[in-house]
Design a protein around this ligand. Structure first.
Ligand SMILES: Nc1nc2c(c(=O)[nH]1)N[C@H]1C(S)=C(S)[C@@H](COP(=O)(O)O)O[C@H]1N2
Ligand SMILES: [Mo]
Length: 502
């Protein structure tokens, strides 16, 4: 039994060393080609929408670490078996390791943007894994011959320990190198013509715990299908506009800077939020008008109804052409909150279309814009049965007090944010313990595409309380109480939280 466990450990250690070495090689070349990430990305793509929904609901943004952990666990179980098999029949065990690495290699190679270099990390994983497993077994055999009777395990254990240390070192080096490469890249940004009005401080200081009127870049939510952030070189980056246009054009960052540069305060929202959810943020975006860019290619004669935007890795997002060109400030963005776009938010260039959920508008790491029809080509989420025309629904959220929190008896605030991009917020009401709706005080109005803060004075008495909020837009439409889940076109309903006072 103990010998079996030791052999399983051999397999696990050899595989860990291989995976870690591969991760290091990937960090230096193509981070997404790291075997664990290649397998993980495929699992994400193959996961049915309801399971994904469930994972986002239960794990939030921890869904990815949990996914990677599960993939790793599965791989290590197989690696343990390979270790045990290798003790009986070395070649078979080694072949199992090669098979595992080979599978990761194939998955890395079939990614849309993959090049031959993407095979390198898996080759390294196979090589290191095979050599390590072979070496551990050889040491063990040598040990048992010397000792005559039982195998002397000291040498083997020292070797195994050394391998574990090497794996940890490779892995950390890989992590360090990719985080270094992921550090914000710098580019010179042009100034906007007619800069946006400075945003008032609003209720940030008055109402403790309320969402800041402008979300700090570091706190901005992040949602995408990626396990690693693409590293794009701004100097060689280009944007191609093709498909059903008068003439295909390819633009550099400098070409974009030649257009009229604008600056807009816009609230971005993810469709995956339950009512009251966290995936929303408001920022100052710097860029050019999407319509100005499309005009360079000429779309007057187009029969397209879809803007299909593709990122540098081939991931596709659809946007209705009529919506993006209806006069709203749809943007091709290169700056966020006064700095360049951070890598995780789409460096060097992304799309932002006010009023549409991010999954049908906010393409990060933008590379190509294709004018086409919904019949001819389908985007990533369209293939997964999400809506294609998904305007953001009127909604509001209680930021403070926090759900299920404990607070003190006495005067305090109930506060939060409300949004109705495109139309603007006119009113927010709060309901305490099922009583009448009471009108909250609104913070300043930056523009109709931006959220508004709100608060209500509250003299809290002891006990459990239920707090709900609802928004009304400037057309008089009230946030509906009818509950809908995020799939397929965004959640609706009214958030009601429970808090304890005492
Ligand atoms: N290339 C790419 N762009 C993408 C996504 C993605 O998965 N890949 N996710 C979209 C979704 S669902 C949302 S809500 C926004 C989120 O933008 P953020 O991460 O900057 O907040 O980006 C959008 N752009
Ligand atoms: Mo999203």
């Amino acid at each position: 039994m103990l010998t079996r466990l030791l052999h399983a450990l051999f397999g696990v250690l050899a595989t860990l060393a291989g995976v870690a070495a591969a991760h290091l090689v990937a960090a230096l070349t193509v981070p997404a080609a790291s075997p664990v990430l290649a397998v993980g990305s495929t699992v994400i793509d193959l996961t049915p929408t309801p399971v994904k929904e469930w994972a986002i609901k239960n794990f939030g943004t921890a869904d990815k670490p949990i996914l990677i952990g599960s993939v790793m666990l599965g791989v290590l179980v197989l690696a343990g078996i390979a270790g045990v098999v290798a003790a009986r029949w070395l070649t078979a065990g080694l072949l199992m390791i090669v098979g595992l690495a080979g599978l990761a290699g194939v998955l890395a190679l079939i990614r849309p943007s993959a090049g031959p270099l993407d095979l390198l990390p898996s080759l390294v994983a196979a090589l290191v894994g095979v050599v390590a497993l072979w070496w551990l077994h050889r040491l063990e055999d040598a040990g048992s011959e010397q000792a005559g009777t039982g195998p002397s395990r000291r040498g083997v254990l020292i070797a195994a320990g050394g391998l574990a240390v090497a794996a940890a070192a490779f892995g950390s080096a890989g992590k360090f190198i990719s985080s270094y490469r992921l550090k914000g890249a710098d580019i010179d940004l042009p100034a906007a013509t007619g800069t946006a009005k400075p945003l008032p401080m609003a209720l940030d200081d008055k109402v403790a715990g309320i969402s800041p009127f402008r979300t700090p870049t570091a706190d901005f939510y992040k949602v995408d299908t990626r396990l690693t952030t693409p590293i794009v070189d701004a100097d060689s980056w280009t944007l191609t506009i093709n498909g059903d246009v008068d003439k295909e054009v390819t633009l550099t960052l400098a070409d974009l800077y030649e257009l009229e540069v604008i600056e807009r305060d816009i609230t971005l929202t993810c469709v995956s939020n339950d009512v009251g959810g966290p995936y929303i943020g408001s920022a100052l975006w710097l860029g050019v008008r999407l319509t100005d860019v499309l005009a360079l290619a000429g779309i007057d004669n187009t029969k397209a109804d879809q803007i299909l935007s593709t990122d540098v890795d081939g991931m596709k997002i659809s946007t209705p052409l009529s919506v993006a060109t209806d006069g709203r400030d749809a943007m091709i963005v290169f700056g966020m909150n006064g700095g360049p776009l951070p890598r995780e938010h789409g460096f060097p260039v992304r799309m932002v279309v006010p009023g549409l959920y991010g999954f049908v508008s906010a393409t990060k790491w933008l590379s190509t814009i294709t004018l086409t029809t919904y019949d001819a080509e389908q985007a990533y989420w369209t293939e997964r049965d999400w809506a294609t025309d998904a305007p953001i629904k009127i909604s509001s959220r209680v930021d403070t007090p926090k759900p299920l929190s404990d607070s003190k008896v006495g005067r305090t605030f109930i506060g939060g944010v409300a949004w109705a991009q495109g139309v603007g917020i006119d009113k927010v009401e709060v309901r305490i313990d099922g009583g009448p709706w009471q009108q909250a005080t609104l913070g300043p109005d930056a523009n109709n595409d931006y959220w508004r803060q709100w608060y209500l004075d509250w003299d809290a008495d002891e006990g459990q309380h239920f707090l709900a909020c609802r928004a009304t837009n400037k057309n008089g439409d009230v946030q509906t109480a009818a509950r809908m889940s995020p799939f397929p076109e965004g959640s609706s309903g009214i958030q009601e939280i429970s808090v304890n006072v005492g």
